[in-house]
Structures are given as structure tokens and as C-alpha cells.
Design a protein around this ligand. Sequence first.
Ligand code: PLP
Length: 374
Amino acid sequence: MYSKETTCVYNQQQHQGVNTPIFTSTANRYIGFDEILYPRNFNTENQKAIVDKLCRLEHGEAGLIFSSGTAAIATVLFSFLKAGDHVLFSQEIYGGTVKLIEEEFPKYNIAFDFVSSADMGNMESLVRENTRVVYTETPSNPLISVVDLEAVAAVAKKHNLLTVVDSTFATPINQNPILLGIDIVVHSGTKYLGGHHDLCFGAVITSQRLKDVIYQSALNFGGSLNGLDCYLIERSLKTLALRVEKQNASAMKIATALQENPQISTVYYPGLQQHPNHVVAARQMTGGFGGMLSFELKDVAKTGAFLGRLQLIIPALSLGGVDTTICQPSKSSHANLPEEERLALGIRDSLLRLSVGIEDVADLLRDIENAMKH
Ligand SMILES: Cc1ncc(COP(=O)(O)O)c(C=O)c1O
């Protein structure tokens, strides 16, 4: 077993070259072969090379990669659920996942409840006789809350529930939910795993037994990934540990500096002692606290001007890339939520979410300070 840094780089299954050749063929010989190669069968060499690496990074036995994080999440959920079932979701999850649940589940008569991230460890009172799955995301979007995964896994095991964790914000470098007792890990690879804002994919890592179940539905839903994108992912994964370690360190420096800034009222970063979930984060995020942080300007009227004056940091959606990006969740990821609901979640107009990249942290801090000064 190699360290994470080495695992990111080293391809276990080599094809003479250091990198996996790109297999683009959708028509493959079948006479004399046990397995029929086909991209939608999730069995091409390029797909397998990535899954192998992600399994080693996440300590899982098996996995699948998909054409988006959403395809991965939807396939996992619909692999295990049927009409009459019930699911517990933590409230602070990606807006697109909420949309998937609220728009699709009623069509299939699948019931659900949302629980605040802080209460996920105490969700036992909400478990029903027909509850099948507990789904959470940690750290969460956009308030970077941290869910106690060991507590969730303990309750789930007691009631024989399947646990799914979206670990996109953490990456396998910082957190390994399977080691904390979670059954299935999902990633929007579009973020840190890809890491350059230029490709879209999703990943599922789990046990061989659960993967076999997911695989049967995955074949029917068809959300597989092509060889060319696989090649880019293989390339991106080589620098995952390097990138994330740098992003962890820079985010910590920026969060600490922003805390001292008189124009900022609150900083949300689990690495800060003041963060309400710092103790849990320190226990379960063994690699670092991640590259995502949020903060609120004291004067909400200045938010637009601040964003407009940034020179280096790019106001943009998505996250997890080498370029530092910033967004205002109330006007982007959570714009479709009714105002009352949004405010109840703590997402005010003054909230800004920063995805820290790999630039020089002094340049990033100067950009923030300059944009605030004017
Ligand atoms: C935490 C999280 N999970 C899932 C998704 C969905 O991933 P994709 O956009 O790759 O479908 C996103 C996208 O922003 C996300 O941030």
C-alpha cells in the first residue's frame, strides 16, 4: 500500500507505457472473449484505470465512474430505492441533488425527509420502518458544515440503513468516509478530482457487493464516460494530492486572515477553532480541512462592488479547480430557493463562497484586500 501522494501518480495496471493508452473503440471483438468491451458496460481500460486509482485512494473495493456527479448520485439512489421507501437526507446538500430528489422522487412514490447537518448524528428519531438510505454531504455547500460520519454510520448500522456520502468538497486526500463506516462514497469529479475546470464526471466507490448492485442499474441508466475524458482524469489525478495539499494550506491562511478583517462579519472554515464543527472536522478530515471557505461581508450593499473589483479571483460557478473562484450562493447555487427557505438555511446575500486554487496565497490575499479597500 503506497501513500496517497504515490497512489495519485502510480498506475497499477500498466500497458507498457506509463499512462493508459486512450481506447476510443465502441465496436470490439467478441469471439473468444469472456467480457464484451463497451463504454456503457463501464469496462474499458481507461475507465478501469481511474476506478482502480480512486478505490485505492478511498479505501474501497470497487467503483464506477460516470459522465457527471449527478449521474453517479442518481444511479446510486435509484439502484437501491423502490416505491414505498423512505430516505433521510441532510439539509445542506448540493442544490442539484435537492432538485433531483424533489422533482424525481415523488414520481416513483419515494418519501424523504431533510435533517439539518448538525442533527445528522441524532437522526434516529426520524428513521421510519421503510427508511432504506441515509444520504449526507460533508463538508457541505455553501456553509462548509461538517457532518459527524462515524455518528451517522453508527445509527445507520443499528437500523440496517445504507449510508451514502458526497465527499466532493473533501476529496479522498482529506477524508475517507469508508474508513469511518460509510457504505458508499460519491464524488462530483468535475470539481477537485478533475481540478482544472475543464471536464465533467462523477465517481462512486464502495464494496464489491454494493458495486455489483449499482452496476446493474448503471447499465440501464447509461451514464458512462468516454475514453478521451478518462485520459484527462488520469492526468489530473496524478497531481491531486499536490493540488489539494496546497489548497488546504492556502485556504487555512486565507480563512485566518479574513477573520481579522474588520469588514468581514463571519468566516466559515472547519479548520478554524471557532467553527462549530471544528472538533469533528479535526477527527475525520485527516488530510486537511479543504480548499473551500465562505465568509460574510458586514456591509451587504458592498458585495456586488467587491466581486466586481477582484482582479485575480474569478467570480464563477463550480469549484475545486487550480484557479481561485468566488460566488454569491444567494444569486447562484441557491438562487432558485424561496427567500424564506434560503434564509432559514443561513444563506444570506452577504455570503460569499471561495474555492481556493493553487496561486500564490499572498497574491490572493492582496486581491481580496484591494477589492475591499476601494
Ligand atoms: C457537492 C456536489 N455534489 C454533486 C454535484 C453535481 O456534480 P456534477 O455537476 O458533476 O453533476 C456538485 C456540483 O456542483 C457538487 O458541488
